[in-house]
Design a protein around this ligand. Structure first.
Ligand code: G6P
Length: 602
């Protein structure tokens, strides 16, 4: 993934492609490339790094002048950010060039099959499997639309693809499934893009090809086809957004947009972590006698949730340490310990120092990161990647959810390998797989959280209480309220309230209880009754039966979920609450004061 642009018209394509890629830069990327029709072929130029590098390369090599082409900014998913992994990917003889957003889930199987048929791969990307598959289909069928129809039937996963065939001058094709792709036209020019901002300078009327739909751009305009290759209509829709609104998909803030992306990134992370081979061998997993997780901020909270799950599923002792503390301690670990560093950016200075310390001490290290090619990804012995895609809002939402999911999959795998699951682990795997639906439903509860935000945004303090996994969710919720709502929020283990915090509870003090763990529900309910009797206003976020919570002034209901994975749902209303507190206070929720997205200083 990240940004796609395509053009067919009368003027030189390159400036249009580069300008389009420039307008998609905000999404983040680590390499870029263009393919432009030239005489009887396609010329491809790619560069690692930012667009400036691509422009320098184009200037050095002499810019291609054709009037049709495709371009891409890539955020690495399969394979490191490098020239060979950048898009466009092409088939060996240059017949096909494609750019792709999404994940080809059966890329491994396709790679095997195509290799056996004599195709040679030149990159680590899943996209190249798609390019070579399209090549083989086009060779066999001779018609682009028929080839795309067959392609749609063969490929599993999500994709938005723009493609060119070297023997089809002045034509660009698009196909999409579960990934956005839009088309637009102006006079004799046609455009294709993954996002609206790229099209805004040319047209405000855009067409959204249907799921599995195909589009051809040629000198006569746009032509749409359904999944079976039959010509179809695709009415255009008028866009009234300005460029900034368009970058946010119409949401007011990136944070809100990224929250909405959570069902997808959680599903993608489940799929990729389940399918990619675990970076530890079975022998290594069996030999572990301890796990130490270290991280900062939300990633630390994801680690705390992971501890509960690993200990319950894998029956292995797990310690979780804040990276800035860990790096200055003398951690006593067994020589058979695994140190897991969790980080969205892969660059956080304290987490990196913790990783280096763990390596120095000779521990096995594994980095769970979102950014391919980041320092931690390079330096850790083993890596697991989350699939959150670029996150722009400073306060993390989707990357945190992806971290939780990656840890679930890892824990399930460890438990399976170590024989801890006693038989059938399918219900657990199924529960993890279905979390994205639960998250979607939680996001629908926005109105209630907006109302609660109205009630609390002018107050000075709020407490969040829970036990076990619920406490870890409270910690993440409190951090969000502090980060984007500038509200003093304190997370407390519910049973610990009586050792101090209770003295701060007065008439009207807001207390949020998170209650998703059946075996702890009554205990937390008791603690909530204690704060209620001292005048607190109690909101309960829960999967449990309402009757248990006589103390609640308001109940936020969560969909049913396996208790082990409940953190993934319970955090959603808290993210919404923090977001709306920030919005009501008129704050810049995407860029909170004094905070940075990636803290590369100590
Ligand atoms: C900063 C960000 C947080 C993030 C933390 C750790 O404080 O604002 O959202 O959780 O760093 O970042 P990492 O990139 O290591 O996950």
């Amino acid at each position: 993934m990240c940004g796609i642009i395509g053009y067919v018209g009368k003027r030189s394509a390159l400036p249009v492609l580069l300008a389009g890629l420039g307008r998609l830069e905000y999404r983040g990327y680590d390499s870029s490339g263009v393919a432009v029709g030239e005489g009887k072929g396609i010329r491809i130029v790619r560069a690692a790094g930012n667009l400036l590098r691509l422009k320098e390369k184009l200037a050095a090599e002499g810019p291609p002048e054709g009037t049709w082409g495709i371009g891409h900014t890539r955020w690495a998913t399969h394979g490191e950010p490098s020239v060979s992994n950048a898009h466009p990917q092409r088939s060996g003889d240059g017949l096909v060039a494609i750019v792709h957003n999404g994940i080809i889930e059966n890329a491994g199987a396709l790679r095997k099959e195509l290799s056996a048929a004599g195709y040679v791969f030149a990159s680590d990307t899943d996209t190249e499997s798609a390019a070579l598959l399209l090549h083989s289909l086009y060779r066999a069928l001779g018609d682009p639309i028929a080839s795309f129809v067959a392609f749609g039937r063969r490929v599993e996963g999500s994709f938005a693809i723009a493609a060119m065939f070297s023997d089809r001058p002045h034509e660009v094709y698009g196909i999409r499934r579960d990934s956005p792709l839009i088309a637009g036209e102006r006079d004799t020019e046609c455009f294709l893009a993954s996002d609206i901002p790229a099209l805004l300078p040319y047209t405000r009327r855009v067409c959204y090809p249907e799921e599995n739909g195909i589009v051809r751009l040629d000198r006569d305009g746009l032509h749409f086809f359904d999944r079976d290759g039959c010509a179809c209509e695709c009415p255009s829709v008028s866009v009234s957004w300005d460029a900034e609104e368009a970058q946010k998909d119409g949401y007011r803030h990136f944070m809100r947009k990224e929250m909405e992306e959570q069902p997808r990134v959680v599903r993608d992370t489940f799929l990729s972590c389940s399918e990619e081979a675990c970076p530890l061998t079975e022998e290594e997993i069996c030999s572990l006698d301890q796990i130490l997780i270290t991280a900062c901020g939300s990633a630390y909270h994801a680690g705390l949730s992971a501890r509960e799950i690993l200990e319950q599923l894998v029956h292995i002792p797990v310690r979780v340490e804040i990276a800035s503390e860990f790096r200055y301690r003398m951690p006593l670990c067994s020589s058979r310990a695994l140190v897991i560093v969790i980080s969205q950016s892969g660059e956080t200075a304290d987490s990196l120092a913790a990783l280096r310390l763990a390596k120095e001490r000779g521990f096995k290290t594994l980095a769970l990161v979102n950014v391919r090619g980041s320092t931690m990804a390079r330096e850790a012995e083993r890596v697991v990647y989350t699939r959150a895609g670029p996150e722009i809002a400073v306060a993390t939402t989707k990357a945190y959810s992806a971290q939780l999911m990656a840890m679930y999959v890892l824990a399930l795998h460890f438990a399976r390998v170590r024989g801890c699951l006693q038989g059938d682990d399918l219900p657990l795997t199924q529960a993890a797989r279905e979390l994205s639906f639960g998250i979607s439903r939680c996001l629908q509860g926005e109105e209630q959280m907006q109302r609660i935000a109205q009630q609390i945004y002018q107050l000075h303090d709020i407490f969040l209480v829970g036990r076990g996994l619920d406490h870890t969710v409270c910690m993440e919720g409190a951090l969000k309220l502090k980060e984007v709502g500038y509200l003093h929020a304190e997370a407390y283990a519910a049973g610990e309230l009586k050792h101090g915090t209770l003295s701060l509870i007065e008439r009207g003090t807001p207390v949020i209880g998170v209650v998703t763990q059946p075996r702890l529900a009554c205990k937390t309910a008791g603690n909530l009754a204690e704060v209620k009797s001292r005048g607190a206003r109690v909101v309960v976020i829960t999967t449990q039966e309402e009757a248990v919570f006589a103390a609640a002034d308001e109940i936020v209901r969560l969909p049913r979920v396996h208790p082990l994975f409940a953190a993934s749902l319970a955090v959603i209303p808290l993210q919404l609450l923090a977001y709306h507190v920030g919005v009501l206070k008129g704050l810049d929720v995407d860029r909170p004061r004094n905070l940075a997205k990636s803290v590369t200083v100590e």
